[in-house]
Ligand binder design. Structure first.
Ligand SMILES: NC(=O)c1ccc[n+]([C@@H]2O[C@H](COP(=O)([O-])OP(=O)(O)OC[C@H]3O[C@@H](n4cnc5c(N)ncnc54)[C@H](OP(=O)(O)O)[C@@H]3O)[C@@H](O)[C@H]2O)c1
Length: 258
């Protein structure tokens, strides 16, 4: 029996990770800010699967939010075998018009909490010589993202950090994978503050959360450093390797700035 801790479990990709992992026999620790949503999900998952589900409410966008969560987990005497660093949000629009406070919260949530939680749980995984860390990045992490510049940079951070850690952990019993989805049908778009962003997604590119989650778990199991679900996204992720970065940035600015 193993326990998976999932951040951002109240919605979208995170709640799907919770459902799939419980179906596969994991006990769960569900983390987000929305207690009612987490409680409702925990009840339906335990009723359907009989797994033990613990709910912890935490704001990981605050400085030291990740460390505070790790302390709470330790105080409950819970062990984490699989860490799913999934909580995150993006803000869309020109950088000069963005709120500095909101950007700082995004960096704390998308980057600092990911690092803090890896620091908190990796040593025990290494001591047990087993475990896994799934960090949710994005295809946005492969290239500069004008009009979502800070979001793109946070996802580049997650991708680079995860690939570095993957190489360090080779030969140990601990696996780590960066999940880099393209557009997924979740409330993510509305959370950017620019709901019309959803309309910029080309038809056929939007994926449902379940195949994304299943691809991520298969990649982790296979020991792959990066998972880009969906053939069109795999191709898009290769573009920045073939084209000059300045060209990629200018082309993306035209699409995003519409
Ligand atoms: N959907 C996409 O197109 C897409 C594409 C690529 C990557 N991603 C990434 O996938 C991950 C999951 O996003 P999603 O698409 O599932 O979006 P979502 O439905 O908006 O879910 C975001 C989750 O993060 C949690 N969260 C937000 N702020 C938080 C905070 N300060 N402290 C703790 N939890 C917080 C939210 O819960 P509460 O509000 O209850 O706290 C929610 O559970 C994110 O890292 C996102 O960047 C999404």
């Amino acid at each position: 029996m193993t326990t998976a801790l999932i951040t951002g479990a109240s919605s979208g990709i995170g709640s799907t990770f919770a459902e799939v992992l419980a179906e596969r026999g994991h006990d769960l620790i569900l983390v987000a800010r929305s207690k009612d949503k987490l409680d409702a999900l925990a009840s339906s998952i335990s009723a359907a699967t009989g797994r033990m589900v613990t709910v912890i409410t935490a704001d990981l966008g605050q400085p030291s939010g990740g460390s505070a969560l790790a302390q709470k987990v330790a105080s409950l005497k819970l062990e984490v075998d699989l860490l799913v660093n999934n909580a995150g949000f993006g803000a869309a629009g020109a950088f000069a018009k963005q709120s500095a406070t909101r950007d700082a919260e995004m960096i704390a949530l998308n980057c600092a909490a990911v690092v803090d939680l890896a620091h908190a749980f990796l040593p025990a995984m290494l001591a047990r010589n087993s475990g896994g860390i799934l960090n949710v990045a994005s295809v946005a992490g492969f290239q500069p993202m004008p009009y979502m510049a800070i979001y793109g940079a946070t996802k580049s951070f997650v991708l680079s950090f995860t690939e570095g850690l993957w190489a360090e952990l080779r030969g140990t019993g601990v696996k780590v994978t960066a999940l880099c989805p393209g557009p997924v049908d979740t409330p993510f778009f509305e959370a950017t503050g620019t709901p019309k962003l959803r309309k910029t997604v080309p038809k056929g590119l939007m994926m449902q959360p379940r195949p994304v989650v299943e691809a991520a778990l298969a990649a982790l199991e296979a020991g792959r450093p990066v998972c880009v679900p969906g053939a069109p996204n795999k191709a898009l992720a290769q573009l920045p390797r073939l084209l000059p970065r300045a060209f990629m940035a200018s082309m993306t600015a035209k699409i995003m700035g519409r």
